[in-house]
Design a protein around this ligand. Structure first.
Ligand code: ADP
Ligand code: MG
Length: 380
């Protein structure tokens, strides 16, 4: 059994190597933009690519510190009990804080070095180091994704301090740019075609056991009418970027994020603790509902309301009113189902896909949703 596990781990490591791109092989050109996870560059690696360099300065520091810490633990004559406690990263009882040496058993001939003392104050030390594992785990997950509605994962730089994800370069614009910046109008039929492709891509991800965790119009590209979803499963590494790189308010809520969060996520929001949110396939479906609303209405739900008001309403089950929305009952029903307060009442993506496919096109054309009567096409 042990030999089997060992062989399997070896195999995993070897196959991970295939996806490891040496940082020096990448050519980086201009910055395309900066998001929560890192900075995206237009790059070249056997052709045009997008390179997302993660903001991980603190991660590297912390991991180096963990090494120092382990080294020091070995070097000094800790008693077994103290070393075990320290290595297990258990929080030390208040009375045993390392600012004084009183917690060290008198038998230990240990002189606390300033670096170790400093280290033990780094509460998130373990978290950060686990994040490197999380990153590698996520890279292992991306390898398994091949779908025409998902961005093509090409590899990753996995050696700190350079952690980067390399994907194909999306040529079109994001739905966010179309809807909110260019104010392009989508016909109801076109919205349905886009929603179908999102459902296909998302259904595939879920079938592979991958939760997107950050489905939003900024992460959906339109390339000549084809939907390409990006940034799936990356949310966990955002924690690396919290703190110095965090943007948003005191809850660590970046602008435009809140309206994608299902009630169970909103209720679990705590200051700077978004990594522990209970993401699930159902929370992805809720986020899809918001994308569907943006497509149909050309704006975010709860538009113009402060975060506290949105949190309060969503948390207790209130939804954006659809009374002013000119759309057929079927279209509104999809929205209401995706936004169900109870997670288990939300449909899954295969179900959504078949509902979208059954929507009567002619009827859609006769009862357009706002503001589909405008003639400008969404993508050229
Ligand atoms: P966000 O998703 O919040 O916009 P990101 O860090 O994911 O933040 O993206 C930063 C910028 O890079 C955005 O303008 C995004 O559209 C762009 N971008 C991300 N991935 C790609 C890609 N694969 N191809 C082209 N542009 C990309
Ligand atoms: Mg993105």
């Amino acid at each position: 059994m042990t030999a089997f596990i060992h062989r399997r781990r070896l195999f995993e490591e070897l196959s991970m190597k295939e996806w490891d791109i040496p940082y020096d092989e990448l050519k980086l050109f201009e910055v395309i933009g900066t998001g929560r996870f890192g900075t995206v560059y237009r790059g070249s690696w056997h052709g045009a690519v997008a390179v997302k360099l993660l903001h991980v300065h603190s991660l590297t520091d912390h991991c180096l510190q963990l090494d120092t810490f382990k080294h020091e633990v070995r070097a000094f004559a800790f008693t077994r009990q103290a070393a075990a406690r320290a290595l297990a990263h258990r929080p030390l009882p208040a009375a045993r804080q390392p600012t004084s040496t009183s917690w060290i058993p008198p038998t230990a001939r240990y002189v606390p070095s300033p670096s170790l003392v400093k280290l033990l104050h780094v509460n998130s030390l373990t978290d950060h180091c686990l994040q490197l594992d999380t990153f590698k785990h996520e890279v292992a997950t991306f390898r398994k994704t091949r779908h025409e509605n998902l961005v093509l994962f090409m590899g990753a730089c996995m050696k700190p301090p350079r952690l980067a994800i390399v994907t194909s370069l999306c040529k079109g614009m994001t739905l966010h740019t179309h809807i909110h910046l260019r104010k392009d109008k989508f016909t109801a039929n076109k919205s349905v075609l886009v929603a179908q492709q999102i459902s296909q891509g998302m259904g595939y991800l879920h079938a592979r056991g991958i939760i997107h965790k950050d489905l939003k119009t900024k992460n959906i590209f339109l390339e000549n009418g084809k939907v390409v979803i990006t940034d799936f499963g990356l949310f966990s590494v955002t924690k690396l970027c919290f703190g110095t790189n965090a943007r948003g308010d005191s809850l660590g809520i970046p602008p435009g994020w809140l309206c994608y969060l299902a009630p169970e996520l909103v209720r679990a929001l705590r200051p700077h603790a978004s990594l522990h949110l209970p993401f699930s396939k159902d929370t992805d479906v809720y986020a899809f509902g918001t994308v569907w609303y943006e497509l149909l209405c050309g704006e975010y739900p709860f538009k113009g309301q402060p975060p506290e008001a949105i949190i309060w309403q969503v948390g207790k089950g209130a939804k954006q009113s659809l009374s002013n929305m000119q759309a057929s009952r079927d279209i509104k029903d999809i929205l209401m189902l995706c936004w169900s307060y109870r997670a288990n009442e939300r449909p899954d993506f295969p179900h959504l896909l078949s509902t979208l496919e059954k929507l009567p096109r002619k009827r859609l054309a006769r009862s357009p949703s706002h503001p589909v009567h405008l003639s400008r096409s969404a993508d050229s």
